[in-house]
Design a protein around this ligand. Structure first.
Ligand SMILES: NC(=O)c1ccc[n+]([C@@H]2O[C@H](COP(=O)([O-])OP(=O)(O)OC[C@H]3O[C@@H](n4cnc5c(N)ncnc54)[C@H](O)[C@@H]3O)[C@@H](O)[C@H]2O)c1
Length: 350
């Protein structure tokens, strides 16, 4: 496969994951980081030094887009995703953009139209669906181990707002004008995973808290899935401790993760049991029949590898997962603000 030449836009905290992952990619889907650009050039230089690579440090977006690159990675604050994507697409580049896809559905639709018109790949980094843990759960669900999903419940909390813990000083994370807030930051991941597991959501009801900040830092939502299943999704940035609990109830049993957070980061080769409980609603569960299945963490293609393969194959429609996740998050925010149920607005083919 031809080497895909990459330009990185935004060299902050998350670029520390993208750069080494693109650098490590093997012969099957080769990539080379050719140029980097950050509005703070020192960050671009630091990013190269930290990863031991040499690439051109550009002084402007136009300079980066004029380099011999096939694709860009956009890893900047949320409200910049749409304008930067549109400029990159206009220059004929494939785009791997961070989640959330955009700050609004209207912006996401502009990005889709531009990518389809130009015939370039547009993939959103919904990184949770590339985690071995969730891939393993999806396989169990597809095998029918718990039957059809009737309810799904997830709470995920952190211990600090991202401008304190994750990327100190990155205050855009807690500002609504930059599309900050926990809904676009965290709920966008689990809303994606929940829709991957249980299908599209029809309506959302929610409530949220800002607790003196400029953006939502805690949100609780009820989902009505199109297939009749229900869901509860709760996210908070700064609770006293960080946890993730995920419970998936089916008509033949359930899958329980009392503490899933660490399991998301198991390295390849590690195994850990998770519980699959058999039993039907209205019947008492036979506890002697409970099973503990190992999550065998096998390497799965990363989002970066998926992007390179899509570029090589010039795949269209790769934006869909990001668009669906954004649809759910926009509905969560609108429902919290209006205190009314909100319909989820997915992409409609014209
Ligand atoms: N997929 C994931 O799991 C994941 C995890 C964390 C963050 N993210 C996303 O990645 C993006 C970046 O997050 P971060 O934590 O790296 O933020 P950050 O604030 O640490 O870094 C952002 C960088 O972008 C630069 N920048 C700002 N505006 C720019 C512009 N117009 N052009 C070029 N550079 C610009 C800043 O100077 C900064 O260095 C966000 O959209 C965030 O939601 C995704």
């Amino acid at each position: 496969m031809k080497t895909i030449r990459i330009g990185i836009i935004g060299c902050g905290r998350i670029s520390r994951q993208h750069v080494p992952r693109f650098k490590r990619i093997d012969d099957k889907s080769k990539s080379e980081i050719v140029a980097v650009y950050d509005i703070k050039p020192a960050k671009a230089r630091q990013c190269l030094a930290d990863n031991g690579i040499s690439a051109k440090v550009c002084r402007s977006l136009d300079e980066l887009l004029a380099q011999p690159i096939d694709a860009v990675v956009i890893a900047t604050p949320n409200d910049t995703h749409c304008p930067l994507t549109l400029k990159a697409i206009a220059a004929g580049k494939h785009v791997f953009v961070e989640k959330p896809m955009a700050g609004s559905i209207a912006d996401a639709e502009k990005m889709i139209r531009a990518a389809e018109a130009k015939g370039v790949v547009l993939l959103v980094d919904q990184s949770f669906r590339y985690m071995p843990l969730y891939q393993a759960v999806k396989k169990e669900l597809d095998k029918g181990v718990i039957g059809n999903i009737i309810h799904i419940h997830c709470i995920r909390t952190g211990r600090s707002t991202p401008n304190v813990g994750w990327s100190p000083g990155a205050n855009w994370y807690v500002q609504k004008k930059h599309s900050g807030g926990v809904i676009f930051d965290h709920a966008v991941h689990m809303a994606d995973v929940l829709q991957w597991f249980a299908g599209p959501i029809k309506t959302v009801q929610s409530t949220a808290r800002t607790r003196g900040m400029q953006a939502v830092i805690h949100s609780m939502s009820l989902f009505d899935f199109a297939n009749g299943a229900t869901g509860v999704l709760e996210h908070a940035w700064n609770f006293p401790t960080g946890v993730t609990r995920l419970e998936i109830y089916g008509d033949k049993g359930m899958i329980l993760f009392p503490e899933v957070m660490r399991a998301e980061f198991y390295r390849s080769g590690e195994t850990k049991p998770y519980k699959i409980l058999s039993g039907k609603p209205d019947e008492s569960i036979d506890t002697s029949a409970q099973s503990e299945a190992p999550i065998v963490v096998k390497p799965v293609p990363t989002a970066q590898e998926t992007f390179l393969k899509a570029v090589a194959a010039k795949k269209s429609g790769m934006w869909n997962e990001g668009r669906q996740a954004l649809a759910a998050c926009t509905a969560i925010l609108e429902a919290a603000e209006s205190r009314k149920p909100v319909k989820v607005r997915y992409h409609k083919e014209k």
